[in-house]
Design a protein around this ligand. Structure first.
Ligand code: VG1
Ligand code: CO
Length: 579
């Protein structure tokens, strides 16, 4: 093949957000748009990470992925990359990409040093919806801010990109290697099975035999909803073939370019079919399964449900951390430490304190956990946004979280499969609250708000933070039964490993009784602005941990809406989504 230099001009707004660049498909398909971003990424990396390197290119299979993969292959060839690894049909979940970078060894001993992941995660897909791209590094984790800032700078000044225009499209539907010759020597594209490396890694972490006893027992019923995302490419292999679940326990497990028209976000609003099946929606005659779970488009998120019971993600990570050493072989020698994102509830903090574990609070987004893990400081971590994971890779991992819960259930029910009553998901959570107290938690999302209005609301809150007296006058005026604000600030993080500082990571109001209100602007949307409001209250008294969370949090919600003048600024009387 030949290398062509194509002249181009910068596009505005190619700034990677919380997790890569996400835009409407119609934006991505503009001539040179994707190419500019890819070349800007190559130019942000050291030459050794490009020339002669092995790169992974795949994603959640959403609309435009197949075209994007061919473009990135041609640009990789032209930029001197030695080989590109592609999951069959272009499918690899985000956690599987991380696993492939870390674990996979090519026939000649080659290892990948990075990856383009094609996903907009939980955002809908299809010609009128979202596409996305992000770059992951050699450790398998998202590029740190130092790199994403450089990429953004490059997108503002780019004048040309390199592409092997005459390279034929590679058939990515069948496994195998295609060899090419370029001006600098050979270039290969290897298409491989999307699941093998990931399944192998999962088998090295969990006791599959123990989980199999539970899943194949007629006493235990199970349901997994991939929401037509890429998790479907793993679910059958892992849950049915390896662990003995019934075929009928898989819902929406065929990956689709438009996620079947749905919103591939595993929460109580968007995972409707699963929610109904689990007895949390419309009442039905059929007895719900004991355990249900769902994933987002790229399978890094998870929602865990019991029969007629929702596990809030902040509790989920705390419960996994509390049980990991007993129930999961990978952790049997102990946890190095635990971490959560700032808006995630403090349920994990209480576990860390009790078990005397190192504990870290980082800004939203997985990239901050990676440094802690690389430094051996953190084993288990999570976010309130349905993200849970561990140091087996450097991304959150939806199927891992399900296997972690199944391990806990299998461990607690080792001796119950023949006669005794099963310990359920709900039992485990209630037991946890009884031991550690409960963090009532909810998140209100105001999606697609006018960007200017959202900025004004945030600026207003920051200004308000300079006077605790003024804040407390508003609080008391709204509800006399809410405790007082003792601290108000913007969260700032200093990375304990590399010393880098991230500012403006969320506006916090901390109350005397440990309650918290947090306001943040989303960094993953593709249109307008999304305001996230996180609300949390701690209840230590075990006789009061069984309330409905919306009811328990109603006073704090009222305070939050008054404090932020939400309706005044946004015109919204209710959030788009409550989780
Ligand atoms: C959201 C979540 C954040 C998560 C991020 C990526 O970001 O709040 O916790 O890490 O999505 O998840 P934001 O900036 O919109 O709040 V995913 O599944 O898109 O990779
Ligand atoms: Co995701």
């Amino acid at each position: 093949f030949k290398v062509s230099k194509v002249q181009t001009k910068p596009f505005e707004g190619q700034k990677p957000g919380t997790s890569g660049l996400r835009k409407k498909v119609k934006v991505f398909v503009q001539p040179h748009y994707l190419e500019n971003f890819v070349q800007s990424t190559f130019n942000a990396l050291t030459p050794a990470k490009v020339r002669g390197a092995t790169l992974v290119v795949s994603g959640d299979g959403r609309y435009y992925s197949k075209d994007a993969i061919q473009i990135i292959i041609k640009m990789s060839a032209a930029n001197g990359v030695r080989r590109v690894w592609v999951g069959q049909n272009g499918l690899l979940s985000t956690p599987a990409v991380s696993a492939v970078i870390r674990e996979r060894v090519g026939a000649d001993g080659s290892k990948a040093t990075g990856s383009f992941i094609l996903t907009a995660s939980h955002n809908p897909g299809g010609p009128h919806e979202d596409f996305g791209i992000k770059y992951n590094m050699e450790n398998g984790g998202p590029a740190p801010e130092s790199i994403t800032d450089k990429i953004f700078e490059n997108t503002k000044t780019i004048t040309e990109y390199l592409i092997a225009e005459d390279l034929p499209n590679v058939d990515i539907s069948s496994v195998g290697v295609t060899n090419f010759g370029g001006p600098e020597g050979p270039f290969d594209v290897e298409v491989f099975d999307s699941a093998s490396d990931y399944v192998k890694l999962m088998k090295s972490i969990f006791d599959f035999e123990l989980i199999r006893k539970l899943l194949s027992s007629p006493k235990f019923t199970f349901c997994y909803d991939a929401l037509h995302g890429v998790a479907g490419a793993y679910a059958h292999r892992i849950f049915v073939e390896e662990l003995g679940a019934k075929e009928s326990s898989l819902l929406n497990c065929v990956p689709k370019e438009d996620f079947g028209g749905g919103h591939p976000d595993p929460n109580l609003t968007y995972a409707k079919e699963l929610v109904n099946r689990m007895g949390l929606g419309k009442s039905s005659e059929v007895e719900p399964p004991e355990f249900g779970a769902a994933a987002d488009g790229d399978a890094d998120r998870n929602m865990i449900l019991g029969k007629r019971f929702f596990v809030t993600p902040s509790d989920s990570v705390a419960i996994i951390a509390a049980n990991a050493v007993d129930a999961i072989p990978y952790f049997s020698s102990g946890l190095k430490g635990v971490a959560r994102s700032m808006p995630t509830s403090a349920a994990l903090d209480v576990v860390a304190k009790n078990l005397k574990l190192k504990f870290f609070e980082v800004p939203t987004g997985w990239k901050f956990f990676g440094n802690l893990m690389d430094a051996g400081l953190c084993s288990v971590c999570g976010e309130e946004s349905f993200g849970t994971g561990s140091d087996h890779i450097r991304e959150k991992d939806g199927i891992w979280a399900v296997l972690a819960w199944l391990s806990i259930l299998a461990y607690k029910n080792k001796d119950n499969l023949n006669g005794n009553k099963l310990v359920t998901v709900e039992d485990i959570v209630r037991q946890h609250w009884a031991t550690y107290g409960r963090h009532y938690y909810t998140r209100y999302d105001y999606e697609n708000v006018d960007a200017g209005a959202a900025k004004e609301l945030m600026a207003y809150l920051v200004k308000l933070q300079s006077s605790l007296d003024e804040i407390n006058t508003i609080v008391k005026g709204a509800r006399s039964d809410v405790s007082k604000v003792v601290n108000a600030d913007e969260f700032e993080y200093k990375d304990p490993v590399d010393g880098s500082i991230s500012k403006h990571q969320g506006i916090r109001f901390l109350f005397e009784d440990g309650s918290r209100l947090v306001f943040r602007l989303s960094g993953t949307g593709s249109e307008g602005a999304t305001i996230r409001l996180y609300i949390e209250q701690y209840e230590k008294d075990s006789s009061k941990t069984g309330r409905d969370s919306q009811e328990a949090l109603a006073p704090l919600v009222e305070v939050a809406l008054k404090l932020s003048k939400m309706q005044e600024f946004t015109g919204r009387s209710a959030p788009t989504v409550i989780t």
